[in-house]
Design a protein around this ligand. Structure first.
Ligand code: DPM
Length: 361
């Protein structure tokens, strides 16, 4: 009977990608819970409004999420779908990541200007201009292609593709393969970058659902789509970033693999110009002893991700892998590289504010 259906309100950004992601999660939930109805409440975030600065130059970690989180806290919406890589490793205590959905491609992809159709990065001229606002992508690719120029490009995916095709400024841009595929732009992917060419961002390609901590009804609704393998890899990757106190202000990259018995996390810290880097790997074996299989204390999360239906000891092992890798790097020159990258980014934030103040006069 129509009237007996429970209505769940779902917050989303207004961009095409955000709405596609939100509708993917809703469609999956509808398959499982036929007695629920979902209503999308879309809104514009600060990050959507600031289109003229690189994200790393704005200086706030929650640009694309804050407005949505406020709506969650107020009870205006019951959950919000995000790209997990956009969610800071620390979120407010009142909210949690209630599930992590099965990861799509975690790799970066190259999209060429139409005049370079059929080419790969290796085929481009020495002075080619690559559009990306990701410090991580620019640093790793600058190392490999020292003569390329890396220029900022902002805006949602539609805007960026339009800028690439129409502005004649960029020879190619770098985007996450997952986003391109979700938009249905597979035919624009010229090349998928392997981890040896460009390691990916923490949690890239995974969607996550944020909800109120302790909202048992929503947590139970989300539980069947919480993907164990993805969650464990993302817990390890996020623990690494959290321990490094990274974020989008520094070039930090990862590559993780999982088997039934082990989790392995490779992580790197780069200088902004890509000239210095430290990369290391930690592998941990999941313990089998029943003693370790303790139940979670209520409300415990892993870099804000609930353990949900996943064995606690698996989450703890994944988290330990990420923390150990970070701790290992922090006793090498990686600590100095990181500190210098943070200093440069902070300086860029101030320069950007000054530039804007000048513009406003
Ligand atoms: C974060 C970064 C970027 C996004 C930084 C990074 C890319 C910014 C840029 C943290 N968030 O990756 O080093 O290219 O200027 C973002 C995208 C997706 C989620 C788009 C993209 C889609 C893929 C996914 C923006 N956030 O990376 O091309 O779900 O992971």
């Amino acid at each position: 009977m129509e009237g007996t259906k429970t209505v769940v309100k779902v917050g989303s950004r207004k961009s095409q990608l955000a709405l596609i992601q939100t509708n993917t999660i809703i469609a999956k939930l509808k398959e499982i819970h036929s007695n629920y109805e979902f209503e999308v409440v879309s809104m514009t975030t600060t990050g959507d409004k600031i289109l003229d600065s690189a994200l790393s130059k704005i200086g706030a970690k929650d640009l694309f999420t804050r407005e949505l989180e406020l709506a969650l806290e107020k009870g205006d919406v019951d959950f919000v779908v995000h790209s997990l890589k956009d969610l800071p490793t620390r979120i407010v205590d009142s909210l949690v990541i209630g599930c992590v959905y099965k990861r799509d491609s975690e790799y970066d992809a190259v999209v060429m200007h139409p005049k370079h159709k059929g080419k790969k990065l290796d085929d481009l001229d020495e002075n080619s201009v690559i559009g990306t606002s990701s410090l991580r992508r620019a640093a790793q690719l600058a190392r490999r292609f020292p003569t390329f120029k890396f220029e900022n490009i902002r805006g949602n995916l539609n805007t960026r593709l339009k800028k690439l095709d129409e502005d004649n400024k960029y020879d190619a841009i770098i985007l996450a393969e997952a986003g391109l595929v979700r938009m249905g732009w597979n035919d624009r992917i010229a090349q998928v970058l392997t981890p040896s060419e460009c390691m990916y961002a923490v949690s890239q390609g995974a969607m996550a659902v944020e909800c109120r901590a302790g909202d048992e009804k929503t947590l139970a609704l989300l539980s069947p789509i919480h993907d164990q393998d993805t969650a464990l890899q993302c817990i390890a990757e996020r623990a690494f970033l959290k321990q490094l106190e990274g974020g989008c202000s520094v070039p930090v990259c990862v590559c993780s693999t999982l088997t039934d018995s082990q989790i392995s996390l490779k992580g790197g810290v780069y200088s902004i110009d890509g000239k210095q880097s430290v990369i290391d790997t930690v592998t941990k074996t999941f313990p089998e002893e029943p003693a370790a299989k303790k139940k979670a204390t209520n409300g415990h999360t892993f870099s804000a991700i609930v353990h949900g239906n996943i064995e606690l000891v698996l989450c703890q092992t994944a988290e330990a892998a990420g923390m150990e890798l970070a701790n290992r790097l922090l006793v090498t020159e990686a600590a100095d590289i990181l500190a210098e990258a943070k200093r440069q980014t902070a300086e860029a934030v101030i320069a950007e504010q000054k530039r804007k103040e000048q513009e406003a006069i």
